[in-house]
Write a protein that binds this ligand. Structure first.
Ligand code: HEC
Ligand code: HEC
Length: 248
């Protein structure tokens, strides 16, 4: 029975996997001129690590099949070009202008089909379901990014960043491409409307008033516990001193 179930799982997975690659069409909007310009920028700024044909080297992964969404995400958050190799490529000053980013993204997309940069329609989250977004966020994102999107530490010095400044496009692209330790949430896992709901939820927690008055960094029980511990201890000492003073 177990063998049969496992074999069936394999067959179903292969079928679904194929559907995923078939779905990811090449970017049609990119012009040949953009691809050529992008190729040139790539040779100058990226090929030393990613290889002349973007096939990847010892120092950097291949970019074949990562799609325009990954290139746009990495470049528009300043993560690429990487300055110093390390555990994680941090967000930093953006190195290219919008035209150059579009050209580089077009070049990466021309290598092989992959996830595309979300369209304005994909990013329109006005009608999204906020409660559903919260549910999806709590099941899929909080274990790394914290319940309030404040970010958190991962193993071996890596970390999940704070989500308070990411734009809707960055959030969408991050889910679509799964940078570094983050899993990929393809359109099969989270449909475009699920992704819009998540974006709406993240936008909402940024503006949510704090009934306690002070969030203590929204990092959870550690900071809250520490505050109560120190505050409580001070109160106890003050009470002891007061009692002592009364006795005398
Ligand atoms: C100093 C070496 C270095 C340079 C230069 C560099 N990269 Fe990278 N790149 C890396 C490494 C290492 C990773 C893997 C770690 C990561 O994803 O952050 C990576 C990851 C990526 C990814 C994500 C791949 C994925 O699987 O999602 C993209 C896209 C990318 N680079 C594009 C570029 C582009 C475009 C340039 C040129 C503007 C560039 N990189 C320059 C080292 C480099
Ligand atoms: C296993 C841990 C993990 C999970 C689960 C995860 N992420 Fe991430 N996420 C990361 C890491 C690590 C990075 C940073 C990657 C990098 O720096 O290249 C990241 C980056 C991001 C960014 C980019 C932030 C920025 O400032 O550029 C966004 C947005 C994001 N994640 C959203 C989400 C959402 C939404 C979910 C749930 C659907 C999610 N993540 C689930 C680990 C995770």
């Amino acid at each position: 029975m177990l063998l049969i179930v496992l074999a069936m799982l394999g067959v179903v997975y292969a079928a679904v996997g194929q559907a995923t690659t078939a779905d990811a069409a090449t970017d049609t909007a990119a012009t040949q001129a953009q691809v050529t310009a992008g190729h040139k920028l790539f040779q100058e700024g990226c090929s030393s690590c990613h290889g002349l044909g973007a096939q990847g080297t010892q120092n950097a992964p291949t970019l074949i099949g990562v799609g325009s969404a990954a290139a746009d995400f990495q470049l528009s958050t300043g993560r690429m070009p990487l300055a110093v190799p390390g555990v994680q490529a941090p967000e930093k000053k953006i190195q290219y202008n919008d035209t150059q980013i579009a050209a580089l993204a077009a070049f990466v997309a021309s290598l092989s089909p992959g996830p595309q940069i979300p369209t304005a329609k994909d990013l329109d989250y006005a009608g999204a379901d906020l409660a559903l977004g919260g549910q999806i966020f709590r099941t899929n994102c909080t274990q790394c990014h914290n319940f309030a999107g404040a970010g958190g530490a991962l193993s071996q010095g890596a970390y999940a960043p704070n989500l308070m400044s990411a734009s809707p496009q960055e959030i969408y692209e991050a889910m679509l491409t799964g940078p570094e330790n983050m899993p990929v949430f393809s359109d099969q896992t989270l449909t475009p409307s699920d992704k819009q709901a998540v974006i709406k939820f993240i936008e909402n927690i940024r503006t949510e008033p704090n009934p306690g008055g002070w969030s203590l960094g929204s990092v959870g029980p550690v900071s809250e516990g520490l505050f109560v511990w120190i505050g409580g201890l001070l109160a106890l000492i003050a009470a002891a001193v007061w009692i002592g003073a009364k006795v005398r």
